[in-house]
Design a protein around this ligand. Structure first.
Ligand code: NIG
Ligand code: FE
Length: 409
């Protein structure tokens, strides 16, 4: 039956559409703040987002003193996983390092917990976490594998990720972190070969994944391995991502860019010159300040990356080891205080650019006519309030596809 969907409109003190032009937006973008604004939508799509005086229709509801922004897009998480590793956190405070816990603890331990859990155990562990993310404004996110460590277990984790994404209120993509840790009892070379010749083609044939990721580190995989995985990902037509230069320098960020990767993530030990390589290649620098905080690591050369014109994204890296943080408002706050991004730049890096990283930018990440009506009503009339109160949730209401899914009018 054909019928007219009503147009709905909300008035607000401040609107930041994050419509920042060609994506990914490069460098330290400052999205414009529109004062006294209206957001209007019909069905699931925005029809207007701008100054109130430019809107000729009715305004159904007012959000005085509030700011409307696009839903946050968390472009780097390690969900689905099951079980925490809080004892490893405490051990690190006592002097152990992430590197020396690797094996008995770390990724291999999360892999054991995943193997021991039933599908239903995993889903019931993850569902409330996704709900908590939604309440903190995440309306789209990445899910990753990487706790499988065998072809079958990786495919299982990817299927669980797809199931979660079907159930969740959020839009979710799935990344195959084919090379995260070397499976116990296997050589690195053998696992890379298996990942390239069996895992990536099978995951692709089943339509289970949207991108491929590699963890390059002295305790994990090498830049040469990254080259091999890049070839297999390209053969499957899947974009490449890379955990690069997190614990030590390997120039993986630059290598990923030279391979045309969609993003290089972490970058704590990247050279300042990497900014030019990333900018030229159009590879986004995904900043993960919560894992920097939890590992007490050095910050990446953010000013150099931004100054060279690299595209920036900010994400949580939500995982049970290095970042048990699922809050995008906190990730934004940390990006400001630890990396000195301005609150506006951090917001663009948490919406429009990460939507591009996940390949969702045709509908998500900014509030413009035709885009999906995924937006947040935030406390306060300036986006700097997100960054100013770390640990506080400024999200009052969440709309997904034009429907309020969190909060009260
Ligand atoms: O992005 N360092 C590699 N991968 C994750 C941590 C995974 C884990 O410890 O479970 C990260 O920090
Ligand atoms: Fe990660």
């Amino acid at each position: 039956m054909w019928y007219d969907l009503a147009v709905r409109a909300v008035g607000c003190s401040t609107l930041v559409t994050c419509a920042v032009g060609m994506l990914p937006a490069r460098g330290a973008v400052e999205p414009e703040a529109v004062r006294d604004a209206v957001v209007a939508w019909q069905g699931d799509a925005i029809v207007y987002a701008g100054e109130r005086r430019g809107w000729e229709g009715d305004v159904d509801e007012e959000r005085e003193g509030c700011t409307v922004v696009p839903g946050f897009v968390d472009c780097h998480t390690h969900l689905p996983f099951v079980g925490w590793r809080d004892d490893e956190f405490e051990a690190r405070l006592g002097g152990r390092t992430y590197r020396d816990l690797h094996g008995e603890g770390g990724i291999a331990r999360s892999a054991r917990m995943l193997a021991e859990a039933s599908d239903e155990d995993v889903l019931s562990f993850c569902r409330p976490l996704l709900a908590e993310m939604l309440a903190m404004g995440t309306t789209a996110l990445e899910l990753k594998t990487g706790y499988g460590l065998s072809v079958e277990a990786e495919l299982r984790q990817a299927r669980l990720a797809r199931r979660l994404s079907e159930e969740a209120a959020q839009t979710a993509t799935v990344t195959l972190l084919a090379c995260h840790a070397v499976p116990p009892g296997m050589s690195r070379e053998d696992w890379v070969k298996t990942a390239c010749t069996e895992l990536i083609p099978q995951a692709d044939a089943e339509g289970l994944v949207d991108a491929v990721d590699v963890y390059v580190e002295d305790i994990a995989f090498s830049v040469e391995d990254l080259h091999r995985v890049a070839e297999a990902a390209a053969a499957a037509g899947l974009p490449l991502r890379c955990h690069a230069d997190q614990l030590g320098p390997s120039s993986a960020g630059e290598a990923a860019a030279s391979l045309g990767a969609r993003s290089a993530d972490h970058l704590n030990h990247a050279r300042p010159e990497a900014g030019t390589t990333l900018a030229r290649a159009g590879t986004a620098a995904v900043l993960l300040p919560a894992s920097t905080l939890m590992l007490r690591a050095q910050p990446p050369p953010v000013a150099a990356l931004a100054g060279a014109g690299a595209a920036l994204a900010v994400a949580t890296d939500f995982n049970p080891g290095t970042s048990p943080v699922l809050s995008m408002p906190l990730a934004i706050a940390l990006a400001c205080s630890l990396y000195r991004l301005s609150p506006g730049t951090a917001l663009a890096a948490a919406t429009a650019n990460p939507a591009w990283v996940l390949g969702l930018h045709d509908r998500l990440g900014s509030l413009e006519p035709g885009m999906r009506a995924d937006f947040l009503v935030l406390e306060g009339s300036d986006v700097r309030m997100i960054a100013y109160r770390p640990g506080h949730n400024p999200v009052l209401e969440v709309f997904v596809a034009g429907e309020r899914v969190v909060g009260e009018p």
